[in-house]
Design a protein around this ligand. Sequence first.
Ligand SMILES: [Zn+2]
Length: 203
Amino acid sequence: MEGKGLNRTASEIMNPRVITASRGTNANILARQLLTGQFSGLPVVEEDEEVVGVVSEFDLIQALLEGKELSLLKAEDIMNTPALCVTEESPLLHVLKLMIEHRIIRLPVVRNRKLVGMISRPNILSQMVDSSVPATHVLAVCYWCERVCDDIQSQLNQEVWCDLAEYLERHGVNSTEVNFSPKFCTTCAPVIKKLMEGSTSAQ
Ligand SMILES: [Zn+2]
């Protein structure tokens, strides 16, 4: 199976059903959309669907940590721009390299600069995992930061969260043996709680 999954192209595994934001979308609305857990980042597009930036939950958390009021911010105030994009023909290996190099977990897929889908690290990860092998580990993975809970190092009252690659290497676990169960990690949970409270009180 080696190489097979990564030789596929972005168009084969991207999510074509994408919710977008415009430059003027209020950050509170962005927060609510991201909190549904269905997407971890939203592309910001012009009226003709040209991608101008991406807003991730990290950008929202960053704004909150800087003491900013979400209801006073627009997508264009907090988005990452210019947006790094890939095309439908981009091989997954190229997409993965870009994600690692720029430390991002999702990328817009474009045709002539216009949005046709989104591709995320879990999309790619699932291509690398051989689903015919039964999973022996169920790992909690954080919705927001995508770290996994180290079930072997964690104590009863203290969860240890780390990158998946770190977990696999530390415990000699093969990625094909792992299944994921999403939840919020101990770092993100309090921030999300604060975000939700702020979001609700601004209504
Ligand atoms: Zn987290």
